[in-house]
Design a binder for this molecule. Structure first.
Ligand code: FAD
Length: 430
């Protein structure tokens, strides 16, 4: 009997537990440790921030689903991972031992790296549902007393799609409220060009996103870092290609939402051999940590090197489909490890994304994620907004029912010619 523990029940951790439960026999134990008893669908946070969704619409109570699938559930969270002892110290001091551990703890939000940034300072965030609720309250204040808006991401961020999404969603919400004419909008980003997205662009994301920003009268600044934030004032520096200072300015704002840089969570940060200096879990091509091979990493918490040199730090995004492919590869490698076999499954890490703009959007597929690519496709249209709503409903259904991957999903992926795993070898449960 093996005990497999999943640390974190977000987008990756929940389906990780479901997929493990499906593939492992009943003689094996599967447990999930999460900070809190609720799953929250992060991609819907921009809609929460403008009042298009209520918190309860995007949340799922995890205890009943986990119980019905015979998955142990520990909502007290992890205080510290002790990989040398194969134990996790829980938030209430209890110790949980494991044979295999999958770290799926997502990001710690590094607001403290820039003075005045984030909900404890002067800017809004949409990274957590509770931040998005605060951002909604600030949006109501903006409507009552309109003025300049600055949206974007700071240096070192690795998640640019949601920053663009939120700029366009807020713009649409302001148009709906007939307030857009009173709100000058600026988009700021450390990306070297609009639509880089941490991926050196996908298809024509540069042209598509520039055109959308122009169409909606949103000014932009690239190669821009945030130095500090004060009440109603952003201090930013635009840099040249060689990272020398081009200009430093003060941007006034009444409302600002800036995505922070990410780092690993405190429970795993600073563990020699397990995590890199920013606290991200080091993994090999089979999702395993080289120092502690019984520890695997999936999702935003894993270390991925940046794509090429840029004047300011621009991280690589870890998006939903990539994470699902990491989940499937990890499940298969754990099944093999329990059977005493070497790992074989590798995630494809393709980026398949829908960026919603409120009434339209941009979709892209980067296969593989690192250029040059076999598929490098992007397109825009009103259908993307509809598709994103469909994805939200579908994913929440999967979480509520404990389904790792439905027949429809497999069918759709096949139809689109998208592979979840590298075809290393035909996989059979040993
Ligand atoms: P998370 O979903 O963040 O889950 C991490 C989990 O670990 C959480 O439940 C947390 O409570 C738990 N945890 C943390 N610390 C501990 C601890 N010490 N002990 C126990 N549990 C812990 N990707 C897309 O493909 N499409 C999108 O539309 C999209 N939209 C996004 C919008 C926003 C605003 C953001 C920030 C990201 C978006 N992403 C999107 C990127 C990515 O898919 C999401 O960030 C996704 O939620 C990452 O999944 P994850 O499992 O790695 O982390």
């Amino acid at each position: 009997m093996a005990h497999v523990v999943v640390l974190g029940a977000g987008l990756g951790g929940t389906i990780m537990a479901y997929e493990l439960r499906k593939e492992l026999g009943p003689e094996h134990r599967v447990s999930v440790i999460n900070k809190g008893a609720t799953y929250s669908f992060v991609p819907s946070n921009p809609w929460i921030a403008v009042g298009w969704r209520e918190k309860k619409q995007i949340e799922v109570e995890l205890a009943p689903v986990m119980a019905s699938h015979n998955i142990g559930f520990y909502p007290q969270g992890a205080a510290r991972l002790l990989p040398a002892e194969r134990k996790v110290e829980l938030g209430d001091g209890e110790m949980l031992s494991y044979d295999y551990l999958v770290v799926a703890t997502g990001p710690d939000l590094a607001f403290d790296e820039i003075e005045g940034l984030g909900p404890a300072g002067y800017t809004q965030s949409i990274c957590h549902v509770d931040h998005a609720l605060d951002a909604k309250a600030a949006f109501e204040q903006l409507k009552a007393a309109p003025g300049p808006v600055v949206i974007g991401a700071v240096q070192g961020a690795s998640c640019y799609g949601p920053a663009y999404e939120f700029a366009f969603i807020l713009e649409k919400a302001l148009r709906d409220a007939k307030m857009r004419d009173k709100v000058p909008m600026t988009f700021i980003t450390p990306e070297p060009y609009i639509g880089h997205l941490g991926l050196d662009g996908v298809g024509d994301t540069k042209g598509l996103l520039e055109s959308k920003l122009r169409e909606r009268h949103i000014k932009w600044m690239t190669n821009t870092r945030v130095d500090k934030v004060e009440a109603g004032k952003l201090f930013v520096t635009e840099v040249n290609e060689d990272a020398s200072v081009k200009q430093s300015l003060e941007l006034p704002f009444v409302y600002s939402m800036l995505l922070p840089a990410f780092r690993g969570v405190a429970a795993v940060r600073g563990i020699e051999g397990l995590t890199n200096p920013r606290g991200f879990v080091i993994i090999d091509k089979f999702q395993r940590n080289p120092t502690y091979p019984e520890v695997y990493g999936i999702g935003v918490c894993v270390a991925i090197p940046p794509m090429g040199k840029t004047p300011l730090a621009v991280g690589v995004p870890k998006t939903g489909f990539m994470i699902e492919s990491m989940v499937t590869a990890t499940t298969r490698n754990i099944v093999l490890a329990i059977a005493g076999e070497a790992p074989r499954a590798q995630a494809t890490w393709n980026a398949v994304c829908l960026a919603d703009f409120g009434d339209s959007g941009v979709a892209f597929i980067a296969q593989p994620q690192i250029p040059p690519r076999n598929v490098n496709w992007s397109a825009s249209g009103a259908w993307v907004h509809t598709a994103k709503i469909g994805f939200e409903k579908y994913f929440l259904h999967k979480i509520r029912t404990g389904q790792p991957e439905t027949f429809y999903e497999k069918f759709a992926l096949k139809l689109l010619g998208i592979d979840k795993l590298k075809a290393v070898e035909e996989f059979k449960v040993p």
